[in-house]
Design a protein around this ligand. Structure first.
Ligand SMILES: [Cu+2]
Length: 127
């Protein structure tokens, strides 16, 4: 993010500052360097909603933290290609996906009907 001022050194403070700077547009991605990338699905959100990971082999552990069935689907940024789909997850269940991500932007959304349009989606930026 060359246009943003340098973030504070502390990771937590950096994430908070990035969120504050995001304003009303897309949230600034939270940098996730530790593997695996942990995502939580619920009604109707993906948390964290915007993440940035190192490109290459990415291990995703997705957990259903909600009260209904959810199913993570990872797609290309233009949503034309599906890279991986988890099994349907009942509340409390977890799945592990391993994907090879070239540098770029990806969309992670719930594959259960209508959940995506209700807001259950996020972005993953690989770089
Ligand atoms: Cu869902």
């Amino acid at each position: 993010m060359p246009s943003l001022p340098p973030l504070p050194l502390a990771a937590a403070a950096g994430a908070a500052a990035a969120a504050a700077l995001a304003g009303c547009g897309e949230p600034a991605p939270v940098a996730v360097d530790a593997a695996p990338l942990r995502l939580t699905l619920s009604e109707y959100r993906v948390e964290p909603q915007a993440v940035r990971v190192p490109a290459g082999r990415v291990e995703i552990v997705v957990r259903n933290g909600g009260a209904t069935v959810h199913r993570l689907q990872l797609r290309s940024g233009d949503r034309t290609r599906t890279l991986a789909t988890s099994p349907p997850l009942r509340p409390g269940q977890t799945a592990r996906l391993v994907v090879e991500l070239a540098p770029g932007r990806y969309v992670d959304a719930c594959a259960v009907e209508r959940h995506d349009t209700l807001g259950e989606h996020g972005t993953i930026v690989a770089r």
